[in-house]
Design a protein. Structure first.
Length: 534
């Protein structure tokens, strides 16, 4: 049996530290880490990730409306040219093989791995081989974008880095071939998510400017050809954007707000932050600094990547927190920068065995902490989703369901509303119910005109106070008044618009409710009421 010293020498030979481990060893490490980070997703039946269930409900409606009379009373599919198909198309394709919840869970699992796959692609484009350095991207598998359920963007953002890697790898191609192939791929990326397309454009701008600087004036013809091929990718998306405009963004008004310093700090740590308990803080403030110190001394990033990183970072600081009613815009670009940094990093020649062992140990420990906290949280939320599904089973198929969120400090509330606020969308999936906070707007799904004043886009459930206000105050004729970030007061006169009311309270006190509500079922987290019509 080999000694510990000979065992470490096998896996951390000097030439492997300065270069790469044997392919079989590298592949085994990646496979083990991939299996580890997928544990939280496959340990639950329905991952509770912010907007995820809202997106999943839309896919269910789009793929079921043709044979559901209930859904046809509320919605109409409109397969318009909108840059928002990043989740819709993959999950719809999976529905040919598995059910809606299983298809969604497979897609979430893919999104967990996408940062790593993108980092590996970039690493290969730069070095023509894959070492262990891109494994740092496993620390990005559970990020705040995932927690918020921005899966349309998360999937597309990783594709943006992959396409950037392809651009670098195709540097030897003739300019005409690049000008033909990459505009098609860029257009596909654009339809995945417009923010991901913008991130790709920023990476390209930085890379080509850096290449032009490195070549100098004598190579101006090559530089112009490369810049022309890069710019050609934006022609059709820009035309589409100018043609479509912002008519289909979420909300009735176009609200843009920069946000606070706290928003910027939150955006900075968002690539490595996922909600959880105290163990997350231990990982963030103990193991992460150790890993960062070791990497700062032993890892380098090629010059060709620094300018793209700087440009993406500068754009991340400049982008508003809310852009044309799209909330969370400041969390998008930092994740792209983190993936690029993980993919471009490579060990320095002097990186020793002991440092390599410490880095790998710290990396595995950090990933283990993240997996543990994510599994604990998602399993607890999965139990609440299961209770929610049992509750909405009492709904008649095709019911119009008003959703109300109870006290924010309730004892059973496990996470902030940004993470759990769309749990009620299981009613749309399981019972073909109309839920007014379902995303339509910039999507291939639209409300019928008769329902326009019964819903509002991009907003959470209403409060108990708004429920009382809507009972006492009828809806005015014509357009409804706005109340927040372009949202309309759709709950005014709700007894005439809805059939049932779902109130999530998580064990907290709700207080008095309008007399037209009759409780028909409930559990420790939520209660379902029937509206008694006059």
């Amino acid at each position: 049996m080999p000694s510990r010293k000979s065992f470490l020498a096998l896996f951390f030979k000097k030439e492997h530290i300065s270069g790469f481990l044997p392919p079989r060893v590298t592949a085994s490490i990646y496979a083990l880490l991939a299996a580890l980070v997928l544990v939280p997703i496959f340990a639950v039946r329905v991952p509770c990730l912010g907007d995820y269930l809202n997106h999943l409900a839309r896919v269910h409606i789009l793929t079921s409306i043709s044979h559901s009379a209930s859904l046809q009373h509320f919605f109409q599919p409109r397969w318009q040219l909108v840059p928002y198909y990043g989740m819709d198309v993959p999950v719809a394709a999976l529905l040919h093989v598995v059910g809606i919840y299983q298809a969604g869970r497979i897609f979430v699992a893919l999104c967990v791995l996408m940062p790593v796959l993108a980092a590996m692609a970039l690493h290969y484009a730069l070095y023509r081989r894959i070492g262990l350095a891109p494994a740092l991207a496993f620390l990005l598998s559970y990020n705040f974008v995932l927690a918020l359920g921005f899966l349309n963007y998360l999937f597309s953002a990783a594709l943006a880095v992959m396409l950037f890697a392809g651009w670098i790898a195709a540097a030897a191609w003739p300019p005409w071939r690049r000008s033909v192939v990459f505009p098609v791929l860029a257009l596909i990326l654009y339809f995945g998510h417009v923010f991901a397309f913008v991130a790709y454009g920023l990476l390209l701008i930085g890379y080509e400017l850096g290449q032009a600087w490195a070549r100098g004036r004598p190579a101006w013809r090559i530089t112009l050809a490369d810049i022309g091929a890069a710019g050609a990718q934006a022609i059709v998306p820009v035309i589409l954007t100018l043609t479509l405009g912002t008519a289909h963004t979420f909300g009735t008004e176009h609200v843009t707000r920069y946000g606070s310093v706290g928003d910027r700090i939150g955006a900075l740590i968002s690539p490595v932050y996922f909600p959880g308990g105290g163990a997350t803080l231990v990982g963030a403030f103990v193991l992460a600094p150790l890993l960062g110190l070791l990497l700062a001394r032993g890892v380098r990033v090629p010059r060709a990547i620094w300018l793209p990183l700087v440009i993406v970072a500068a754009a991340a600081l400049a982008v508003p927190a809310m852009l044309l009613n799209v909330w969370g815009a400041e969390f998008r670009l930092p994740l792209v920068a983190a993936i690029v940094l993980a993919g471009a990093a490579t060990p320095r020649p002097a990186f020793g065995r002991r440092a390599a062992l410490l880095v790998l140990t710290a990396l595995v420990a950090l990933i283990g902490v993240r997996v543990w906290t994510a599994t604990t949280l998602l399993r607890a939320l999965d139990t609440q989703i299961a209770q929610m599904r049992e509750l909405v089973a009492a709904l008649p198929r095709g019911a119009r369901l008003l959703v109300v969120d109870g006290p924010p400090d309730a004892p059973g509330r496990l996470e902030k509303l940004a993470v759990i606020g769309h749990m009620s969308l299981v009613a749309a999936i399981d019972r073909d119910a109309f839920v007014p906070i379902l995303f339509t707007g910039t999507t291939p799904l639209q409300l019928l005109p008769a329902l326009q004043n019964s819903a509002s886009q991009g907003v959470p459930a209403i409060s108990v106070a708004q429920l009382r206000e809507g009972f006492a105050r009828p809806a005015p004729p014509g357009a409804l008044p706005a109340y927040k970030d372009g949202a309309q007061m759709y709950w005014l006169g709700w007894p005439q618009k809805f059939d049932d009311v779902l109130i999530t309270h998580y064990g907290g006190a709700i207080g008095p409710l309008p007399p037209v509500l009759r409780r028909i079922d409930g559990n420790a987290d939520a209660s379902l009421y029937r509206i008694e019509k006059k």
